[in-house]
Each structure stands twice: as structure tokens, then as C-alpha cells.
Design a protein around this ligand. Sequence first.
Ligand SMILES: Cc1ncc(COP(=O)(O)O)c(C=O)c1O
Length: 430
Amino acid sequence: MRVEHPAASDRVTQARQRYVARGVSTPRLVVDRAEGATIWDADGREYLDFGGGIACQNLGHRPAGVVRAIHEQADRYLHQCFMVGTYEPYVEVCRRLSELWPGSSPTKSLLVNSGAEAVENAVKIARVATGRSGVVVFDHAFHGRTNLTMAMTSKVVPYKQGFGPFAPDVYRAPGPYPYRGVSSDDALRGLELLFKQDVDPQSVACVVLEPVQGEGGFIPMPDDYVPRLKELCERHGILYVDDEVQSGTGRTGTVWGIEHYGVEPDLLVSGKSIGGGLPLAGVTGKAELVDAVPPGGLGGTFGGNPLACAAACVVLDEVGSDGFRARAEQVAALLRGRLDELAGRFPAVGEVRGLGAMLALEFVDPEPDLARAVTVEALGRGLIMLSCGIYGNVIRLLPPLAATDDELERGLDLLEEALGAATAGRDAGA
Ligand SMILES: Cc1ncc(COP(=O)(O)O)c(C=O)c1O
């Protein structure tokens, strides 16, 4: 174990408290370096990473091909701005996104820097293409922290409290959540009611939905819901925007989560893992919709940065391969097996759910304390875990899909210990 400075973590933490905004929350972890599924902190302690920088490391930290591509690109040029000079890595990412499109329509793409920026651009495109302004989102949605996406996101604390006024013409419909008693039928009835009470469907440009809601609690949409929602959209001329920022880039086994539902969206938003650790996001959509916006209407100084595009080409080639999918399915089976076992032994666990390797466990109690305690206990044992959910009571698993069985088993052992410690006194694990 390499110890560079006995109190290196404390030193950085103190400086962080002095100079960095309090509003950016951080755990007690100061990162020194990372490789694959492992992170080392500034004092040389080793951690298994089941958080992936919030779903950005589906391929693990510093995948060799990604690092090589970034180095090669760094030796040529770092920034260009696509609006000043065309460069091939940007075009190549868009070509790959077109090849990986979950449907048969010809598509085009726009590249930006973050998931929120991509969602905003998807809405801009949908509005121009339809000539309508309304946006329908769903309970438990997370679409970002910018002004428009804040309005689209469904959790008040900490994402919205005090930050209003919010962007207008955003409407929220119920989202299916079978564990808490909301079925596909309930959700669709709620949407029909929204169209009666709050907004004329003829003035709605798009619905925006995550196939597996991420920050909202790793809630996979029921099998029948996505096709039924798409059919309802088609009836009213509403575009279907598929937000794959967290569920995409191979996390569920298929490249995009929506592939599990057999529905072709109109627009698809990608982000997070697509850049292999660099900031990149995209909007891909049916070509005639994307091209409804005239030249100059879309873009941004850094959107589709060459380094991020070079990385993304490698990532997309990898997640689109049969080998990657086969491994993702193995990882999913291994994780699911152990989580089901834990659910059987810890009465505090109400449900294990997810799609592919996008898996989580929700505690029965709709309070954040236990999930918080589990993540703290896990970190103390060398496992980075994240919670999520409207109630903050969901533990989500986002290990790299390139992790070995041994790493996954070790992480799950640590999760089991953390669960045992956090629930001791509440309910004793058997
Ligand atoms: C589904 C979804 N959409 C959009 C976003 C916003 O992405 P970013 O944080 O890159 O702006 C997130 C981030 O967690 C997300 O999970």
C-alpha cells in the first residue's frame, strides 16, 4: 500500500471545505488514482468502485483503448469547436450513434457536454419539429439541474428547493412504480387525466422518459408500459424522447435500455458512460426531426470535444460488441443472484429490481437513514456505493461491467457486511 502523505486526505478535505461550494456534496473520499474497478485514495487506501462516478464507468476506470485514443488525439489537437472547423472524431461518434440506433429510421446526432444539456437540446428539437411547446415528464424522473431540466426533475430536495421560478410548460404524469402500488394502467390513466385537466395533448411536443429511472430509484418501466405510452404519443402526434443518460451505453446489457421494450423512440439522449470518463452527451433522432432546426440553432463551444469523441468511439465500439453484451448478462446474473439472497435474509430490504446490470435494492421504510448508513458502512469497508430514490432509500449498484467475478463477489461481500452493520438493532440479518 502506497502512503504518500499520512494526512493527504485530510489536507485536501480541509482545502475543499474552505474553497469549494458547499452545494456540491461530497463524501469523505479523496481520490488519488483509479484503474478498472478500483480506486485508491490520497492515503493509499483501496476501494472497490460500485458507483462509477455516477454511472460513467460502465467500462471501468481508464480502459486501455480509451486512454490510448485520448493520448493519440491529445497529440493532434485538443479543441476545435465544431462550429469553427469540422473534425472527424465528432462525425465518427455520430456515425456510431446512428449504427447503434434502436430502430430502422435514418438518424442524425448532436453532441454536447452533459446529460442536462442534451435533454434541453432534445426538447428544443422536439419543439421546433412539432411547432408545439408542452413537455410531459413523469414521477421519479431525473433529467438534470439546469433551469429547464430542473423543472423536468421530480425531486424537490435537494434539486429544486429555493431555485425557482422554473421553466414553464412542463407537466408531470404519474410514473409506474409497481413496488409502491402504481401499475402501468394507473400511470396511463393519470396521463389521460393530465390531458383532460392540465394540458391539451395537441400542444405537447414530447414526453421524456428514462426506460429505467435512475436517480428516482432504479425503477424499470414495466414491459407493457413503454409500447403503450408510445402508441398514445403517436395518437396525439407527440414525440417520444428516450433519456438513456444513465440506463444507456451498455448498462442493461443492450446498448440502450429501450431495446428491451421493442420501441423505436423519436429522439434518444445519451451521456455519462458514453465518454469513457470524459464529458460527452448526445441527442440522436430521426433525421427529419433533428434537421428541423436550422443551422446555428444547435451547438455550443465545447460540445463534442475531440478528446471526448476519441474516447467515445472506443466506448461505443466496445458496448456494441457481442462479447460486451454477453459479459454484461453474466454480471447481471451474478449481481441479481446475490441481491435476491440478501433480500431473503434482511427483512429491511423490500425489493430487488432493475434491468440487466442496472440493479438496486429498495428498503421497505421510505426514509433515507438506512440507505445512508449502508453507504457509510460500505465506504468504511472499502466499497463505494450510491443511494438514490425519491425517498433516498434505494441502494444502486453500478460496478464496471468489465469487473471480474472476484471483484464483484468481494464487493457484494462488503455490501452484505455493511447491510449487517447498518441494520444491527433494526432487524438482525440471519
Ligand atoms: C437520466 C438522466 N438524465 C439526465 C441527467 C443529467 O446528466 P448530467 O449530470 O450529465 O447533466 C442524469 C444525471 O444523473 C440522468 O441520470
